[in-house]
Ligand binder design. Structure first.
Ligand SMILES: Nc1nc2c(ncn2[C@@H]2O[C@H](COP(=O)(O)OP(=O)(O)O)[C@@H](O)[C@H]2O)c(=O)[nH]1
Ligand SMILES: [Mg+2]
Length: 233
């Protein structure tokens, strides 16, 4: 996240009355350690969030297929149980590790930091973190990322940004996913973008489908641009 976005995330944290402030302080301390490590190795860190089933793992697979010849990519995946997503991602030929949270509904910076040295960061251009699927808890935890991405699937209904504002407030890019299903669903892209931008007027938006590949080149160009920026700092 940019400095401005980090501030936004912090502001969001204060608003979250039910979250333990001390836990978040400890989290943010470790997130800064991760951030400085990533700065050292010039590895772009992208935190991928969404509800369960919005297409995160499928997008990781598609991104690997499209970019693995141009960039060194790896994925860290969080789920309550099973290695299934990491297995799916490894089948594309890139390195992936699963964090099994054992019931915790989000990833914390400490969990990420614990397995970070299993990734060859010196030679990695992008490390994606596929967060646990839900639009609530992951929004409060900075993982030291450069950018936070939220997938908003057409199958979820277009009312979600206003119902789960913190996730959209703290994200840099919203991917309107499963765009191939638009002809069959009562979902207004205009409405979802309007609501999301009322929460966060800087939010970038790309409409994608991992199945039809609509928007995938734009998404890949976005990644390539951010990698270039990261290398030049
Ligand atoms: N129609 C359609 N289905 C998709 C797309 N992306 C993912 N899916 C399907 O949505 C389901 C959940 O996808 P998955 O990637 O596991 O979602 P995750 O839980 O967010 O990681 C799977 O059945 C996918 O095949 C897409 O772009 N279009
Ligand atoms: Mg998944």
């Amino acid at each position: 996240m940019s400095v401005e976005k980090s501030t936004k995330a912090a502001r969001g944290n204060v608003q979250c009355e039910n979250t333990n402030i001390h836990l978040l302080k400890a989290n943010d301390y470790v997130a800064e350690i991760i951030r400085s490590k990533m700065k050292e190795t010039k590895t772009l860190l992208i935190n991928v969030t969404s509800s369960a089933g919005s297409g995160k793992t499928t997008l990781m697979q598609k991104t690997a297929e499209k970019l693995k010849d141009k960039l060194n990519l790896a994925v860290m995946v969080g789920d309550l149980e099973t290695e299934r997503d990491a297995d799916r991602i490894r089948q594309t030929g890139i390195f992936a590790l699963q964090i099994v949270t054992g019931g915790i509904c989000h990833l914390e910076a400490q969990m990420v930091h614990q397995i970070l040295d299993q990734f060859d960061l010196e030679n990695l251009d992008v490390l994606f973190i596929e967060n646990v699927g839900n639009l609530v808890c992951p929004s409060s935890f900075d993982l030291g990322e450069d950018y936070r991405i939220t997938l908003m699937a057409t199958t979820e209904g277009d009312d979600k940004p206003k119902k789960y504002p913190k996730m959209f407030l703290t994200s840099d890019l919203m991917l309107v996913s499963k765009a191939d299903l638009l002809p069959y669903l009562p979902f207004s892209v205009d409405a979802v973008v309007k609501d999301a931008r009322e929460i966060n007027h800087e939010l970038e938006v790309i409409q994608i489908s991992s199945l039809s590949e609509e928007g995938i080149d734009t998404w890949c160009d976005w990644i390539l641009e951010k990698v270039k920026e990261k290398k030049s700092i």
